[in-house]
Design a protein around this ligand. Structure first.
Ligand SMILES: Nc1nc2c(c(=O)[nH]1)N(C=O)[C@@H](CNc1ccc(C(=O)N[C@@H](CCC(=O)O)C(=O)O)cc1)CN2
Ligand SMILES: Nc1ncnc2c1ncn2[C@@H]1O[C@H](COP(=O)(O)OP(=O)(O)OP(=O)(O)O)[C@@H](O)[C@H]1O
Length: 195
């Protein structure tokens, strides 16, 4: 029987989608167990890595429930004079856009419980990529929207740095045509480089 999938050449197969879905559920369950001390350690390491990286405009992340709270990283970058932008989530199937955030910018509710700064749109040179799961080969798993996959594909030359708590590490993230490995993943314990 043909897998119940409408566009086999445009997206992951039914089997791969199911595999990712199960792994995503496991990683999201594991994610809930993190502590403020782990978040603090992650923020310190992440701030140091980003401040040592080139890119005047940096795409940061405002946390969703149960994710590591990296808001201190947004403040550290802003205090260091970088332009901080946060994602604005469009309808499914499109790339993210980014809006300028400062500590004084009001945040408006966006899709999927996200918050979007009420600031002008700007393209980042450095993108922080939130991970639901990752493996030690640099493969990543997100919430399943394909948003960061599409965004990185639309911004060739951009530097992408993934981050997660070490409890989100998994043996192997299954990948499809559109999944590109990251060149760097930061956790509260280590910074992994893949090229
Ligand atoms: N903090 C944060 N902001 C982000 C992302 C992210 O992963 N983390 N995104 C990364 O792409 C984009 C938003 N994408 C998302 C796509 C889908 C769902 C989603 O389906 N959420 C489920 C709950 C999932 C669960 O907890 O089981 C829902 O709303 O029902 C959430 C975010 C941009 N902003
Ligand atoms: N550049 C792209 N063009 C077309 N389809 C894509 C692209 N990137 C990803 N997709 C498709 O989007 C769907 C969701 O992808 P996936 O499950 O890998 O999302 P994710 O990486 O978990 O989410 P996110 O990127 O938002 O963190 C898959 O069917 C995938 O094949």
């Amino acid at each position: 029987m043909v897998a119940p999938h409408s566009a086999p050449f445009m997206s992951d197969s039914y089997e791969l989608t199911q595999e990712k879905k199960h792994l995503r559920a496991d990683c999201l369950r594991a994610m809930k167990a993190h502590t403020p001390a782990q978040d603090d350690a992650l923020c310190q390491r992440l701030s140091a890595v980003l401040l040592a990286s080139h890119g005047a405009t940096v795409a940061c992340v405002w946390p969703l429930p149960h994710e590591a709270d990296i808001r201190p990283v947004c403040h550290a970058l802003s205090n260091a004079g970088r332009c901080v932008v946060l994602p604005d989530t469009p309808p499914r199937g499109h790339a993210l856009t980014f809006r300028v955030w400062t500590p004084d910018t009001p945040l408006l509710p966006g899709r999927f419980g996200t918050f979007v700064p009420d600031g002008p749109e700007r393209k980042p040179q450095l993108i922080l990529v939130p991970l639901v799961g990752y493996d030690r080969q640099g493969n990543r798993l997100g919430y399943g929207g394909g948003y960061y996959d599409r965004t990185l594909a639309a911004l060739p030359g951009v530097t992408a740095i993934g981050y997660a708590l070490s409890l989100q590490e998994t043996e192997k993230v299954p990948t499809g045509t559109y999944d590109k490995p990251l060149s760097c993943i930061v956790t509260e314990k280590e910074t992994l480089y893949f090229d």
